[in-house]
Ligand binder design. Structure first.
Ligand code: G3P
Length: 219
């Protein structure tokens, strides 16, 4: 089970990486815009900086929606660093491009997935990762974690190698639910990862251990 951080914020990526449990990073055009990164050169340099921090896959998303454009953009992104994974939306031209990248040995992350059928196409095309957006499904009063379960079952039944990357995780409990559902990867905001540390009995227990020690070991 791998942990990715879902941000383009260098400080947060460093903080998660310093924990020693980070396996990769996912970004998207909205997350890049949130950091104020604009212009092709700056965007490419930002991806390279992220790749230098983390020892794992870094998803960089294309913004083209036509086959030729996706291929051109994806090849440029893949050439930036060996850790780059080309993130491609689940559209007709995207599926064709994922097949092309797969044949060329370029890693891909098929994004904006909201149904088992879309996930099936991504796997058939040879995507390295598929990204079901669980939080956005919950937002429309449906069950995001259920989608993870369905995709995991389909992939296991047919022996697809595509890894299920649970995305649009909004809180710590989503991480636990995705782990239970058998996701290969959870990409999370930093606060959701840090939330895994929290338990009141840990705080109470630690306070007691330290106060008992201090009673007999006064300085
Ligand atoms: O990177 C894709 C994804 O994680 C988006 O999350 O919170 O914008 O639905 P969110």
């Amino acid at each position: 089970m791998k942990f990715f951080i879902d941000t383009a914020n260098i400080k947060q990526i460093k903080e998660a990486n310093d924990l020693g449990v980070l396996d990769g990073v996912t970004t998207n055009p909205s997350l890049m815009a949130k950091e104020g990164i604009k212009g092709k050169n700056n965007i490419h340099n930002h991806y390279k900086s992220i790749c230098e921090i983390v020892d794992g896959d870094v998803s960089a998303e294309v913004i083209s929606t036509d086959y030729k454009g996706i291929i051109k953009e994806g090849e440029e992104l893949a050439a930036l660093h060996p850790r780059i994974v080309v993130k491609v939306p689940i559209i007709k031209e995207g599926i064709k491009a994922i097949k092309y990248f797969s044949n060329k040995g370029i890693k891909t992350n098929c994004t904006l997935v909201f149904s088992p059928g879309q996930a099936l196409l991504a796997a058939k095309a040879g995507a390295t990762y598929v990204s079901p957006f669980i939080g956005r499904i919950d937002d429309i009063a449906s069950d995001g974690v259920k989608l993870i379960e369905q995709i995991v079952e389909i992939y296991n039944f047919y022996g697809f190698n595509t890894q299920v990357l649970a995305a649009s995780i909004r809180h710590t409990m989503h991480i636990i639910q995705c782990v239970e559902a058998g996701a290969d990867v959870a990409t999370c905001p930093l606060d959701a990862i840090m939330g895994l540390l929290n338990h009141p009995l840990t705080d109470i227990g630690l306070e007691k251990f330290l106060s008992d020690y201090n009673k007999l070991n006064k300085v």
